[in-house]
Design a binder for this molecule. Sequence first.
Ligand SMILES: *Cc1c(COP(=O)(O)O)cnc(C)c1O
Length: 465
Amino acid sequence: MTLLRSIPAIDQLLNDDQSQTMINQEGVPFDSLKSVFQEVTSDIRSTILNNQAPSSWNEGNLYEVTLSYAFKLLEARQRKALQSVINATGTIIHTNLGRSRLADTAANRVTEVAKSYSTLEYDLTTGRRGSRHDLVEERIKTLIGAEAAIVVNNNAAAVFLVLSALAQGEEVIVSRGELVEIGGSFRVSEIMEESGAILHEVGTTNKTHLSDYQKAICEETKMIMKVHQSNFYMEGFTASVNRQELKPLTTQHGVVLYEDLGSGLLYNLSENGISDEPTVQEVIAYGVDLVSFSVDKLLGGPQAGIIAGKKDYIEQIRSHSLNRVLRVDKMTYAALDETLRLFEAGSYEEIPTLEAVLKKDEQIKQSVQSFINRLPVLENINVSIEQTTAQVGGGTLPEVTLPSHSLVMTFDEAKAEHVTELLRLNQPAIIARVENEKVYFDFRTIDSNEHDSIILAISKIDQLI
Ligand SMILES: *Cc1c(COP(=O)(O)O)cnc(C)c1O
């Protein structure tokens, strides 16, 4: 128990040279440091009292041990909760890493609008109240050829709002092959139940025929809903009914044909041989009454969801009270408006998500090679270049793989896990992939303006391992 007596006093810790430097030169608030010291000394006391003190602690080093614990805790406390990171995983729309990055001009518009008053709900021509719902509606209508549109918090909110506003207490027919779970606890069947719509399942997991819909449709039917399978792809003995076949049926019975498209594709990827996924424009042109889609997947914008289609239905959705609950803020409108403007202007390569999808493998390979040429001589890390496979991610285009190239780091001993940890703790954090004791940096998701930071990190880590 003599160890207890060696726990340093708070004043002693505060008067330490390192503490004084932090307070006087690094702007660390006195009170933050003091509360961290109180917390750590109290933890150390209970650890000793519970006989759990590590054998390495002794009267001679407890002062240093306390200081070092406290400074680590302080550092963790002062770290920003939400940090920017470098995505070296090769997954473009990485849900855990914030999905799409905004275009430069879109990010600038966000900053502009965030710092000033804006015309969020103000009409400059009349000097009267305006509606935020009119801000981007024209752009969306023009781009996808819909009669009307509305923006909400995300696509999950869009689905919930469509069902609540149009199908509460009424029957909605959905194929069993489309009752998917999208991740992050979004299940089509559950969201329907919560919206008050009555789910009428038809078909089987792998096969649904037009006759299944024909048999199910009746007086009580309000809507046929189609859901994009998004994060899985069925091969083999499968059948589903497409929108062209369903349209005459819904028209004949006067029911709504609604399609949850998942990712809103505004750019025709089939021209680049990447995917034959239809664009939102094409789906609307087939006569689907309503569609909804995410804004931060293949559209490359901020987190939001768009509902578009027939004016009557959008009007009903617009006047539903949930619309007020699910509305988006001015920063989202600013980023969305600018992203849509880039589509209008045909400036696709300025939208980072699309740019990463469309980037040619040859260009990626050259980028890795020039990066390797810029690396200093390393002592503990061997680098090489490998052909790898990147993916679009975010539950979009699961059947698509994109050819890519990676910088690969190998080590004389098993160090890959340790190195990825050091990369994560780097400022900025770098998220790389480990496979067979090798660390991969896929350059499809790395920007050339991130190269300098990565070179610095690798040089530093080379000295630490
Ligand atoms: C991604 C997705 C959603 C959820 O969209 P969020 O914008 O993430 O809320 C809903 N439905 C489908 C089919 C999806 O792919």
